[in-house]
Design a protein around this ligand. Sequence first.
Ligand code: GTQ
Length: 349
Amino acid sequence: MEAETAPETMAAFYAELDGQNMAPLWESLHSLVPRQPAPVIQAAHWDYDAVVRPRLMEAGRLITAKKAERRVLILENPGLRGKASITQSLYAGLQLILPGEVAPAHRHTQCALRFIVEGEGAHTTVSGERTIMHPGDFVLTPNWTWHDHGNESDAPMVWLDGLDIPIVAFLDAGFAEAGNADSQPTVRPDGDAEARFGGTLLPVDWRASSRNSPVLNYPYARSRETLHRLERNGEADASHGYKLRYVNPADGGWPMPTIGAFIQFLPGGFRTAPYRSTDSTVYAVVEGHGESIVGDRRIRWKPRDIFVAPSWQWQEHAASGDAVLFSFSDRPVQEGLGLWREERGIPRR
Ligand code: GTQ
Protein backbone atom coordinates (compact mmCIF):
# COMPACT_ATOMS: atom_id res chain seq x y z
CA MET A 1 0.00 0.00 0.00
CA GLU A 2 1.15 3.49 -0.77
CA ALA A 3 1.80 5.80 2.12
CA GLU A 4 -0.74 8.64 2.35
CA THR A 5 0.67 12.11 2.81
CA ALA A 6 -0.80 13.75 5.89
CA PRO A 7 -3.81 16.00 5.07
CA GLU A 8 -2.14 19.00 6.77
CA THR A 9 0.90 18.59 4.52
CA MET A 10 -1.32 18.51 1.40
CA ALA A 11 -3.31 21.55 2.60
CA ALA A 12 -0.11 23.49 3.23
CA PHE A 13 1.16 22.58 -0.26
CA TYR A 14 -2.14 23.68 -1.88
CA ALA A 15 -1.98 26.99 0.01
CA GLU A 16 1.57 27.52 -1.22
CA LEU A 17 0.50 26.75 -4.83
CA ASP A 18 -2.50 29.05 -4.49
CA GLY A 19 -0.20 31.90 -3.45
CA GLN A 20 1.73 31.45 -6.70
CA ASN A 21 -1.34 31.32 -9.01
CA MET A 22 -1.02 27.56 -9.40
CA ALA A 23 -3.35 24.65 -8.67
CA PRO A 24 -3.14 20.83 -8.54
CA LEU A 25 -4.85 19.24 -11.55
CA TRP A 26 -5.66 16.02 -9.69
CA GLU A 27 -8.24 17.81 -7.51
CA SER A 28 -10.32 18.88 -10.54
CA LEU A 29 -9.36 16.57 -13.43
CA HIS A 30 -12.77 14.94 -13.78
CA SER A 31 -14.73 18.18 -13.79
CA LEU A 32 -12.27 19.72 -16.27
CA VAL A 33 -12.47 16.67 -18.53
CA PRO A 34 -15.98 15.36 -17.85
CA ARG A 35 -17.14 11.95 -19.05
CA GLN A 36 -20.07 13.74 -20.64
CA PRO A 37 -21.35 17.34 -20.78
CA ALA A 38 -22.38 18.66 -17.37
CA PRO A 39 -23.99 21.99 -18.27
CA VAL A 40 -24.36 24.67 -15.63
CA ILE A 41 -27.25 26.10 -17.63
CA GLN A 42 -30.73 24.82 -16.85
CA ALA A 43 -33.84 24.13 -18.88
CA ALA A 44 -35.94 27.28 -18.61
CA HIS A 45 -39.15 28.77 -20.00
CA TRP A 46 -40.39 32.37 -20.43
CA ASP A 47 -44.15 32.84 -20.78
CA TYR A 48 -44.51 35.67 -23.30
CA ASP A 49 -48.03 36.87 -22.58
CA ALA A 50 -47.99 36.59 -18.78
CA VAL A 51 -44.37 37.44 -17.96
CA VAL A 52 -42.36 38.96 -20.79
CA ARG A 53 -44.78 41.20 -22.67
CA PRO A 54 -46.03 43.22 -19.68
CA ARG A 55 -42.40 43.96 -18.62
CA LEU A 56 -41.43 44.88 -22.18
CA MET A 57 -44.33 47.33 -22.40
CA GLU A 58 -43.31 48.75 -19.02
CA ALA A 59 -39.78 49.21 -20.38
CA GLY A 60 -41.45 51.04 -23.28
CA ARG A 61 -42.99 53.50 -20.82
CA LEU A 62 -39.75 53.98 -18.89
CA ILE A 63 -37.13 54.49 -21.61
CA THR A 64 -37.08 55.32 -25.31
CA ALA A 65 -35.43 53.08 -27.91
CA LYS A 66 -33.09 55.94 -28.79
CA LYS A 67 -32.00 56.53 -25.18
CA ALA A 68 -31.54 52.82 -24.57
CA GLU A 69 -29.80 52.43 -27.97
CA ARG A 70 -31.38 48.96 -27.93
CA ARG A 71 -34.46 48.53 -25.70
CA VAL A 72 -34.06 44.87 -24.92
CA LEU A 73 -34.93 42.61 -22.00
CA ILE A 74 -32.21 39.98 -21.81
CA LEU A 75 -33.30 36.39 -21.15
CA GLU A 76 -30.82 35.09 -18.60
CA ASN A 77 -30.45 31.42 -17.97
CA PRO A 78 -31.23 30.73 -14.28
CA GLY A 79 -27.97 28.76 -14.08
CA LEU A 80 -25.95 31.74 -15.38
CA ARG A 81 -27.50 34.82 -13.78
CA GLY A 82 -25.60 38.05 -14.30
CA LYS A 83 -23.85 36.76 -17.41
CA ALA A 84 -26.35 37.97 -20.07
CA SER A 85 -26.39 34.45 -21.48
CA ILE A 86 -29.22 32.06 -22.30
CA THR A 87 -26.69 29.27 -22.94
CA GLN A 88 -22.93 29.21 -22.29
CA SER A 89 -22.28 30.44 -25.83
CA LEU A 90 -25.32 32.49 -26.83
CA TYR A 91 -27.30 35.54 -25.82
CA ALA A 92 -31.03 36.07 -26.29
CA GLY A 93 -33.23 39.06 -25.62
CA LEU A 94 -36.57 40.54 -26.63
CA GLN A 95 -36.39 43.91 -28.32
CA LEU A 96 -39.24 46.43 -28.42
CA ILE A 97 -39.61 49.30 -30.88
CA LEU A 98 -42.67 51.50 -30.50
CA PRO A 99 -44.32 53.39 -33.38
CA GLY A 100 -42.19 56.30 -34.54
CA GLU A 101 -39.04 55.13 -32.74
CA VAL A 102 -35.59 54.33 -34.08
CA ALA A 103 -32.81 52.18 -32.64
CA PRO A 104 -29.78 54.09 -33.98
CA ALA A 105 -27.20 52.70 -36.40
CA HIS A 106 -24.20 50.85 -35.03
CA ARG A 107 -22.04 47.87 -35.87
CA HIS A 108 -20.18 45.24 -33.89
CA THR A 109 -18.21 42.05 -34.33
CA GLN A 110 -21.02 39.99 -32.80
CA CYS A 111 -23.45 38.32 -35.26
CA ALA A 112 -27.14 38.83 -34.64
CA LEU A 113 -30.33 37.17 -35.73
CA ARG A 114 -33.85 38.54 -35.29
CA PHE A 115 -36.89 36.32 -35.11
CA ILE A 116 -40.05 38.39 -35.29
CA VAL A 117 -42.47 37.74 -32.46
CA GLU A 118 -45.13 40.46 -32.60
CA GLY A 119 -46.09 43.37 -34.84
CA GLU A 120 -46.02 44.03 -38.52
CA GLY A 121 -44.28 46.50 -40.75
CA ALA A 122 -41.32 47.82 -38.77
CA HIS A 123 -37.99 47.64 -40.53
CA THR A 124 -34.36 46.90 -39.99
CA THR A 125 -31.68 48.28 -42.30
CA VAL A 126 -28.52 46.24 -42.76
CA SER A 127 -25.62 47.48 -44.93
CA GLY A 128 -27.86 49.97 -46.69
CA GLU A 129 -30.78 47.64 -47.44
CA ARG A 130 -34.06 47.84 -45.59
CA THR A 131 -36.35 44.93 -44.87
CA ILE A 132 -39.89 45.15 -43.57
CA MET A 133 -40.48 42.52 -40.90
CA HIS A 134 -43.44 40.21 -40.27
CA PRO A 135 -44.02 37.66 -37.49
CA GLY A 136 -41.95 34.52 -38.03
CA ASP A 137 -39.44 36.22 -40.35
CA PHE A 138 -35.81 35.30 -39.70
CA VAL A 139 -33.54 38.30 -40.30
CA LEU A 140 -29.73 38.39 -40.25
CA THR A 141 -27.24 41.00 -39.11
CA PRO A 142 -23.80 39.58 -40.02
CA ASN A 143 -20.82 40.69 -37.96
CA TRP A 144 -19.49 44.20 -38.56
CA THR A 145 -22.48 45.27 -40.70
CA TRP A 146 -24.16 48.62 -39.95
CA HIS A 147 -27.70 48.15 -38.70
CA ASP A 148 -30.52 50.28 -37.37
CA HIS A 149 -34.14 49.53 -36.67
CA GLY A 150 -37.27 51.67 -37.00
CA ASN A 151 -41.00 51.36 -36.63
CA GLU A 152 -43.23 53.32 -39.01
CA SER A 153 -46.24 51.12 -38.26
CA ASP A 154 -48.89 52.02 -35.67
CA ALA A 155 -48.27 49.10 -33.31
CA PRO A 156 -45.44 47.90 -31.05
CA MET A 157 -42.96 45.59 -32.73
CA VAL A 158 -41.16 42.88 -30.76
CA TRP A 159 -38.53 40.44 -31.89
CA LEU A 160 -36.22 37.88 -30.38
CA ASP A 161 -32.56 38.81 -30.72
CA GLY A 162 -30.04 35.97 -30.82
CA LEU A 163 -26.37 36.97 -30.67
CA ASP A 164 -23.02 35.27 -30.15
CA ILE A 165 -22.08 37.81 -27.44
CA PRO A 166 -20.70 35.18 -24.99
CA ILE A 167 -18.53 33.58 -27.71
CA VAL A 168 -17.05 36.91 -28.75
CA ALA A 169 -16.50 37.87 -25.09
CA PHE A 170 -14.83 34.51 -24.41
CA LEU A 171 -12.46 35.18 -27.30
CA ASP A 172 -11.92 38.85 -26.31
CA ALA A 173 -12.65 39.81 -29.90
CA GLY A 174 -15.39 42.40 -29.41
CA PHE A 175 -15.33 45.71 -31.28
CA ALA A 176 -18.21 48.15 -31.80
CA GLU A 177 -18.81 51.55 -33.41
CA ALA A 178 -21.68 54.03 -33.42
CA GLY A 179 -22.95 55.32 -36.76
CA ASN A 180 -22.86 59.05 -37.53
CA ALA A 181 -26.61 59.18 -38.16
CA ASP A 182 -29.50 57.40 -36.43
CA SER A 183 -30.71 55.85 -39.66
CA GLN A 184 -28.22 54.87 -42.32
CA PRO A 185 -29.06 55.89 -45.88
CA THR A 186 -30.49 53.09 -47.99
CA VAL A 187 -28.31 52.38 -50.98
CA ARG A 188 -30.21 49.39 -52.38
CA PRO A 189 -33.90 48.94 -53.15
CA ASP A 190 -36.06 46.89 -50.78
CA GLY A 191 -36.01 43.23 -51.74
CA ASP A 192 -32.62 43.39 -53.47
CA ALA A 193 -30.98 40.64 -51.39
CA GLU A 194 -34.11 38.54 -51.85
CA ALA A 195 -33.87 38.92 -55.63
CA ARG A 196 -30.16 38.12 -55.78
CA PHE A 197 -29.86 35.39 -53.18
CA GLY A 198 -33.34 34.38 -52.02
CA GLY A 199 -34.26 32.02 -54.84
CA THR A 200 -32.30 29.06 -56.09
CA LEU A 201 -30.08 31.34 -58.16
CA LEU A 202 -26.99 33.45 -57.44
CA PRO A 203 -25.43 36.30 -59.42
CA VAL A 204 -22.90 34.61 -61.71
CA ASP A 205 -19.77 36.39 -60.54
CA TRP A 206 -20.74 36.76 -56.90
CA ARG A 207 -18.16 35.53 -54.40
CA ALA A 208 -18.74 35.30 -50.68
CA SER A 209 -16.77 37.84 -48.67
CA SER A 210 -17.69 36.36 -45.30
CA ARG A 211 -19.13 33.20 -43.81
CA ASN A 212 -22.50 34.89 -43.32
CA SER A 213 -25.45 34.25 -45.59
CA PRO A 214 -26.12 37.10 -48.04
CA VAL A 215 -29.87 36.62 -47.47
CA LEU A 216 -31.23 39.47 -45.37
CA ASN A 217 -34.68 38.10 -44.53
CA TYR A 218 -35.97 34.51 -44.69
CA PRO A 219 -39.71 35.29 -44.77
CA TYR A 220 -42.03 33.17 -42.66
CA ALA A 221 -44.60 32.85 -45.46
CA ARG A 222 -42.09 30.83 -47.45
CA SER A 223 -40.79 28.71 -44.54
CA ARG A 224 -44.35 27.91 -43.53
CA GLU A 225 -45.34 26.92 -47.06
CA THR A 226 -42.30 24.61 -47.27
CA LEU A 227 -43.24 22.92 -43.98
CA HIS A 228 -46.83 22.50 -45.27
CA ARG A 229 -45.65 20.83 -48.43
CA LEU A 230 -43.27 18.52 -46.59
CA GLU A 231 -46.10 17.41 -44.37
CA ARG A 232 -48.29 16.66 -47.38
CA ASN A 233 -45.48 14.84 -49.15
CA GLY A 234 -44.11 12.43 -46.61
CA GLU A 235 -43.53 10.99 -43.17
CA ALA A 236 -42.31 12.98 -40.19
CA ASP A 237 -38.89 12.20 -38.70
CA ALA A 238 -39.37 10.38 -35.38
CA SER A 239 -37.02 12.70 -33.46
CA HIS A 240 -37.81 16.02 -35.13
CA GLY A 241 -41.18 16.01 -36.88
CA TYR A 242 -40.56 18.06 -40.02
CA LYS A 243 -37.40 20.02 -39.30
CA LEU A 244 -35.40 22.27 -41.61
CA ARG A 245 -32.28 24.32 -41.14
CA TYR A 246 -31.89 27.81 -42.56
CA VAL A 247 -29.22 27.71 -45.24
CA ASN A 248 -26.56 30.03 -46.59
CA PRO A 249 -27.31 29.66 -50.32
CA ALA A 250 -23.72 30.54 -51.23
CA ASP A 251 -22.17 27.46 -49.65
CA GLY A 252 -24.98 25.26 -48.35
CA GLY A 253 -23.78 25.90 -44.81
CA TRP A 254 -25.13 27.79 -41.83
CA PRO A 255 -26.56 31.30 -42.02
CA MET A 256 -23.87 32.62 -39.65
CA PRO A 257 -20.46 31.28 -38.64
CA THR A 258 -21.47 30.97 -35.00
CA ILE A 259 -25.24 30.41 -35.01
CA GLY A 260 -27.38 27.79 -36.70
CA ALA A 261 -31.14 28.21 -36.94
CA PHE A 262 -34.00 25.81 -37.54
CA ILE A 263 -37.73 25.68 -38.11
CA GLN A 264 -39.86 22.62 -37.45
CA PHE A 265 -43.46 21.54 -37.80
CA LEU A 266 -45.06 19.17 -35.31
CA PRO A 267 -48.48 17.90 -36.43
CA GLY A 268 -51.21 17.98 -33.76
CA GLY A 269 -50.93 14.85 -31.62
CA PHE A 270 -47.34 14.12 -32.69
CA ARG A 271 -44.74 13.39 -30.01
CA THR A 272 -41.05 13.32 -30.89
CA ALA A 273 -38.86 10.41 -29.85
CA PRO A 274 -36.29 11.29 -27.17
CA TYR A 275 -33.33 13.13 -28.68
CA ARG A 276 -30.25 14.88 -27.38
CA SER A 277 -27.37 16.80 -28.88
CA THR A 278 -24.44 18.81 -27.59
CA ASP A 279 -25.73 22.16 -28.86
CA SER A 280 -27.81 23.80 -26.14
CA THR A 281 -30.82 25.14 -28.05
CA VAL A 282 -33.12 28.14 -27.70
CA TYR A 283 -36.71 27.57 -28.93
CA ALA A 284 -39.30 30.18 -29.87
CA VAL A 285 -42.87 29.00 -30.35
CA VAL A 286 -44.39 30.37 -33.54
CA GLU A 287 -47.71 28.52 -33.74
CA GLY A 288 -49.59 26.03 -31.62
CA HIS A 289 -49.63 24.68 -28.10
CA GLY A 290 -47.72 21.78 -26.69
CA GLU A 291 -45.44 20.37 -24.10
CA SER A 292 -41.74 19.60 -24.04
CA ILE A 293 -39.83 17.41 -21.65
CA VAL A 294 -36.26 18.63 -21.23
CA GLY A 295 -34.21 16.57 -18.78
CA ASP A 296 -36.47 16.34 -15.73
CA ARG A 297 -38.45 19.48 -16.61
CA ARG A 298 -41.87 19.62 -18.23
CA ILE A 299 -42.53 22.83 -20.15
CA ARG A 300 -45.99 23.74 -21.41
CA TRP A 301 -45.74 26.23 -24.24
CA LYS A 302 -47.93 28.42 -26.43
CA PRO A 303 -47.34 30.94 -29.21
CA ARG A 304 -44.52 33.48 -28.57
CA ASP A 305 -43.09 31.61 -25.55
CA ILE A 306 -39.33 31.02 -25.39
CA PHE A 307 -37.62 28.01 -23.83
CA VAL A 308 -34.12 26.59 -23.71
CA ALA A 309 -32.79 23.03 -23.68
CA PRO A 310 -29.26 22.44 -22.28
CA SER A 311 -26.57 20.38 -23.97
CA TRP A 312 -26.98 16.62 -23.84
CA GLN A 313 -30.28 16.59 -21.92
CA TRP A 314 -32.94 14.35 -23.41
CA GLN A 315 -35.73 16.27 -25.12
CA GLU A 316 -39.21 15.29 -26.25
CA HIS A 317 -41.67 17.67 -27.86
CA ALA A 318 -45.41 17.03 -28.17
CA ALA A 319 -47.89 19.27 -29.98
CA SER A 320 -51.53 19.31 -28.90
CA GLY A 321 -52.52 21.06 -32.15
CA ASP A 322 -50.39 21.72 -35.23
CA ALA A 323 -47.31 23.60 -34.02
CA VAL A 324 -44.27 25.39 -35.45
CA LEU A 325 -41.07 25.89 -33.44
CA PHE A 326 -38.15 28.11 -34.40
CA SER A 327 -34.81 27.37 -32.74
CA PHE A 328 -31.16 28.40 -32.76
CA SER A 329 -27.89 27.07 -31.34
CA ASP A 330 -24.10 27.16 -31.64
CA ARG A 331 -24.07 24.01 -33.77
CA PRO A 332 -21.89 25.59 -36.53
CA VAL A 333 -19.15 26.24 -33.96
CA GLN A 334 -19.32 22.71 -32.59
CA GLU A 335 -19.33 21.15 -36.05
CA GLY A 336 -16.43 23.36 -37.10
CA LEU A 337 -14.43 22.16 -34.11
CA GLY A 338 -15.41 18.51 -34.55
CA LEU A 339 -17.32 18.48 -31.25
CA TRP A 340 -20.96 18.12 -32.21
CA ARG A 341 -22.72 14.89 -31.18
CA GLU A 342 -26.31 13.69 -31.15
CA GLU A 343 -28.16 10.64 -29.92
CA ARG A 344 -31.61 9.36 -30.79
CA GLY A 345 -33.64 7.47 -28.21
CA ILE A 346 -36.42 4.94 -28.60
CA PRO A 347 -39.89 6.46 -29.03
CA ARG A 348 -42.34 5.94 -26.12
CA ARG A 349 -45.64 4.47 -27.15
O1 GTQ B 1 -30.10 45.17 -32.28
O2 GTQ B 1 -28.02 45.62 -32.55
O3 GTQ B 1 -30.28 42.39 -28.19
O4 GTQ B 1 -26.37 45.33 -30.59
C1 GTQ B 1 -28.06 43.22 -28.19
C2 GTQ B 1 -27.08 43.97 -28.81
C3 GTQ B 1 -29.56 43.75 -29.96
C4 GTQ B 1 -28.93 45.14 -31.89
C5 GTQ B 1 -29.29 43.12 -28.78
C6 GTQ B 1 -27.34 44.61 -30.01
C7 GTQ B 1 -28.59 44.49 -30.59
